[in-house]
Design a protein around this ligand. Structure first.
Ligand SMILES: *Cc1c(COP(=O)(O)O)cnc(C)c1O
Length: 361
């Protein structure tokens, strides 16, 4: 059996150690004679799994006690609706449009109130992060929304926007646990786990308690989308994505063992530098993002020739580097180098790119 280097943007590579451990526990989880997949979500065994996962995440991110941690379903996309439904008391919010995911969230919010587009980088195909130091944020905005790391375009907010006192809501799907963040700067942090933490099917939402309304301000919000429903039930209002939560828990432990988020960040910076340094001196390949806004996680690049791009993707695949094709809306290539991508994967990719460059000079 051979494992490839998987540069997929999501679902994405997971730590091999975690997969092996899960495989070992597949038929008999710690002597209970069944798989976690077969276990009641009301069992003591599962309660222990979810409690431990939450505690490990709290430790890793230093989440203060006045924030709830929810394990939800519906993908990050469902939170595009849940965010306005739970937060739009004044019926208004400011959105910073830095890519497709932010745009989708913005469009969804418009269904439930007035969503105002206060900044955008659409003019240059989302290849940069706009200056967010003095935005026209409405006085009565309930929150300011960002997509912190733009999975498709490969940009990241290195400094958070000046929200002028409004709550900050961030979709961190593609940078979750890639480096330390100051949770207290946010009202809501959420993300689908399938990019950097676990299998598809789990969304983690970290929400300051006072932002969880007794009754969602948007009329007829479905019970399942009212954050309070899941907050009161400890994420067990209905059957949660049990197996996914179990894998997330293992990934949290894996990061802890590596030394936590500072160590994760150092490793991610090292990996990204290998790729960006090569791109910056290559005569064939070039990065598409403004240098100061480059993501540590998603690295888009092009040759400038669509046929050559296709040739590269095909030859890379044959050599064991999978999923390097850029997003269908952007073209070119994209290497997603999430937490679980080993450094050798990036080193070998760069060696392969060098060889390709020589052969196609
Ligand atoms: C992948 C992604 C999404 C969509 O996630 P789903 O779980 O498929 O709904 C949203 N936001 C960002 C930043 C993403 O990378």
């Amino acid at each position: 059996m051979g494992r490839v280097y998987n540069f997929s943007a999501g679902p994405a590579v997971l730590p091999e150690e975690v997969l092996r451990e899960a495989a070992e526990e597949m038929l008999d989880y710690r002597g209970c004679g069944m798989s976690v997949m077969e276990m009641s979500h009301r069992s003591k065994m599962f309660q222990q799994i979810i409690d431990e996962a939450e505690q490990d995440l709290r430790d890793l991110m230093q989440i203060p006690d006045n924030y709830k941690v929810l394990f939800l379903q519906g993908g990050a996309s469902q939170q595009f609706a849940a965010v306005p439904m739970n937060l739009m008391k004044n019926g208004k919010a400011a959105y910073i449009i830095t890519g497709q995911w932010a745009k989708k969230a913005f469009q969804e919010a418009k269904k439930y109130g007035e969503a105002v587009d206060v900044a955008s980088s659409a003019d240059k195909t989302f290849s940069y992060i706009p200056d967010c130091s003095d935005l026209p944020i409405p006085e009565d905005a309930d929150y300011v929304y960002i997509c912190q790391n733009n999975t498709i375009y490969g940009t990241v907010f290195k400094t958070l926007p000046n929200t002028k006192g409004k709550e900050l809501v961030a979709d961190v799907s593609s940078c979750f646990l890639s480096e330390p963040i100051d949770v207290t700067k946010y009202g809501v942090i959420y993300g689908g786990v399938q990019k950097n933490i676990g299998p598809a099917g789990v969304v983690i939402a970290i929400i300051r308690e006072d932002l969880i309304p007794e009754e969602p301000p948007v009329k007829d919000t479905p019970t399942m989308l009212a954050w309070k429903t899941q907050a009161d039930a400890g994420s067990l209002y209905n059957t949660p994505p049990c197996y996914g939560i179990y894998i997330c828990g293992k990934v949290f432990k894996w990061i802890k063992k590596l030394g936590g988020l500072e160590a994760m960040k150092a490793l991610n910076e090292k990996k990204a530098a290998i790729l960006y340094d090569y791109l910056d001196q290559s005569k064939l390949f070039k990065g598409t993002v403004r240098k100061e806004d480059r993501s540590l996680m998603n690295v888009p690049f092009i040759t400038g020739d669509a046929d050559l791009d296709a040739k590269f993707v095909a030859e890379a695949k044959a050599a064991g580097f999978e999923n390097l094709k850029g997003h269908r809306t952007v073209g070119g290539m994209r290497a997603s180098i999430y937490n679980a991508m080993p450094i050798e994967g990036v080193e070998k990719l760069v060696a392969f790119m060098k060889k390709f460059e020589e052969e196609n000079a």
